[in-house]
Structure formats: structure tokens, C-alpha cells
Design a protein around this ligand. Structure first.
Ligand code: THU
Length: 141
């Protein structure tokens, strides 16, 4: 794995990519479009948008769509996430997305709306994500 410090936090590149991903949202039921960008520890970018369904409970959030894409492409660790929506205040990822993201690291998370931003560590948004649940198996050599 490359030294993560080599990558920096290039929010100004990733934010427009998240807005572009949002354009792909399939949100005919809520009419609420969300875009996400994830950055892996080797500097790769993965995008997602929300994908709603006529059976509402099957809706997938933008964050989890991006996580699936990242992991399916071989990403092992997520170091940064951007989530955008056209809201007055920065959107906040749902509990399920926080938990699923926590499986793959403790990224910086930038939440963006039209006029402001809020930056967090995922572990601030979801403390004790895995404490006391299961031991993670040691990483493969
Ligand atoms: N949604 C996301 O995609 N990400 C979030 O962080 C919050 C909500 C989606 C789910 C649903 O399609 C719509 O926004 C309204 O909740």
C-alpha cells in the first residue's frame, strides 16, 4: 500500500466528481438526489449515486453504491469520502452507510451542500463501530 500521506485530501477535485455522480441518481420516488465519491488508500476514485426502487425498502444510498463499486474493483481501504446533495445544510449519511463504510477504514468524510461543507472523521459520526463485536481476521500477507 502506498503511503497515504502522499495523496493529501484533494477535496476540490473530488467535490465536482461527487456532483457529477449525483446527476446519475435514480430517485423518482423521493426526488432527492445524492452523489458520493470514495477515495481508496491507493488513490483511486469510486463514485455512487442513490438508486431507488418501487419497493422503497430496496433503495440503495449513494454511499453504499460507491462502496460496492470500490470493493468490487479491488479497493481495500477507504481514506476519504465526499457526499453531496442540494440541501440547505450538509447531508448526513444514514446509520447503515456509516456502519458499512466503517468496515473499510476510518475515512475523512466531507459533507457538502450548495453553500457549505462539514468535515468529520467517520469515527466521530459512528463511534465504536465494531468494538466488542467480532475480531477482524488478520489481513492476508
Ligand atoms: N440518501 C443517500 O443516498 N445518502 C444519504 O446519505 C442519505 C439519503 C438517499 C436515499 C433515498 O434515495 C433518498 O436519499 C432520500 O432519503
Amino acid at each position: 500500500m502506498k503511503d497515504r500521506l502522499a495523496w493529501g485530501m484533494d477535496w476540490e477535485t473530488w467535490i465536482p466528481q461527487a456532483w457529477a455522480a449525483r446527476e446519475m441518481a435514480h430517485a423518482p420516488y423521493s426526488d432527492f438526489q445524492v452523489g458520493a465519491v470514495l477515495v481508496s488508500s491507493d488513490g483511486k476514485i469510486f463514485t455512487g449515486c442513490n438508486v431507488e426502487n418501487i419497493s422503497y425498502g430496496l433503495t440503495m444510498c449513494a454511499e453504499r453504491v460507491a462502496i460496492g463499486s470500490a470493493i468490487a474493483a479491488g479497493a481495500k481501504e477507504i481514506i476519504a469520502a465526499v457526499v453531496v446533495a442540494d440541501t440547505r445544510e450538509p447531508i448526513s449519511p444514514c446509520g447503515a452507510c456509516r456502519q458499512v463504510l466503517a468496515e473499510f477504514g476510518d475515512p475523512r468524510v466531507l459533507l457538502v451542500c450548495r453553500e457549505s461543507r462539514a468535515e468529520f472523521q467517520l469515527s466521530e459520526l459512528l463511534p465504536r463501530a465494531s468494538t466488542g463485536i467480532l475480531e477482524k481476521p488478520p489481513a492476508a500477507e
